[in-house]
Design a protein around this ligand. Structure first.
Ligand SMILES: [Fe+2]
Ligand SMILES: [Fe+2]
Length: 269
């Protein structure tokens, strides 16, 4: 199976580059499933029903999220009725929505798990225990033909640890939340593809996707003067492409970067 994971889509510039590029990417990479992190899609903060439906309309099959998943309150009811939107699995019991789900594609079934780290982030339930629960309930090759884990975390250490924790049990473990793509795409010894962070779909003339004036003001003067807002220049679509092979493990992992300012990376099949 050919799967594309798209990093955090930030505001309108992020949505625009995905709308402009995804149809071509779906054909070029013969994609069976597209997962995108949508936690920053609504003006940088959260996700709405309208934006989710826009994403489904342009070829995104599953939307994962992270610490900003509930910034727009309407998501709390929407997520209960839409199983293509995930929030991190390690929120307390009783939180609306779900952290994992099995999706059927013509090429086979894919379990997508969304989980959030705890290092340099708000306290939350143990992400490793949450992932263990999901992987045991639906093992690779038995319950699912492919498994993708979006580990939404700040620390590369925690994400690498999650990669090894899942090695041999998932097709892809990919990080989100940092908004900058890392250069460590690899297949781990047990056969799980891994990249610490997919990057964002954002204007990179920015501070992690936000207009640079306000972050600079806060860093240099320790004062805030306005809300953060997404930078509005042309965005780069950043993602990770994985091809699965025997037993649903990874045969290939490649970074994807198209549009905007970042150097282009587009795998050939
Ligand atoms: Fe994000
Ligand atoms: Fe985040």
């Amino acid at each position: 199976m050919n799967i594309l994971f798209i990093g955090d889509i930030i505001g309108k510039p992020g949505r625009d580059v995905v709308a402009a590029e995804l149809r071509r990417l779906r054909g070029h990479l013969k994609l069976d499933l597209v997962i995108a992190n949508g936690e920053n899609a609504a003006g940088g903060f959260g996700l709405t029903r309208a934006i989710s439906e826009e994403f489904f309309g342009i070829g995104i099959d599953v939307i994962s999220t992270g610490n900003h998943w509930a910034d727009q309150k309407e998501i709390l009811t929407y997520i209960e009725s839409e199983d293509r939107v995930l929030r991190p699995a390690n929120y307390p019991r009783g939180t609306p929505g779900r952290g994992a789900n099995l999706y059927q594609t013509p090429a086979g079934s894919v379990l997508v798990v969304n989980v959030m780290g705890r290092v340099f982030m708000d306290a939350l339930d143990d992400p490793f225990a949450a992932v263990e629960r999901e992987l045991s309930a639906c093992p690779l090759g038995e319950g699912a033909d492919a498994i993708v884990v979006d580990v939404h975390a700040e620390a590369t250490s925690e994400k690498m640890a999650m990669g090894h924790f899942c090695d041999g049990r998932a097709s892809l473990v990919v990080g989100s939340h940092q908004h900058v793509p890392t250069a460590d795409a690899q297949i781990l010894p047990g056969g799980t593809a891994f990249q610490c962070d997919a990057g964002a779909c954002a204007d990179y003339d920015s501070v992690i996707g936000m207009d640079k004036a306000e972050p600079l003001q806060r860093f240099t003067r320790k004062m805030s003067s306005q809300r953060f807002a997404p930078a509005t220049g042309p965005a780069t679509l950043c993602g990770v492409f994985v091809q699965t092979g025997a037993k649903g493990l990874a045969a290939r992992i490649e970074p994807v970067r198209v549009g905007g300012r970042l150097s282009r990376a587009l795998p050939e099949l």
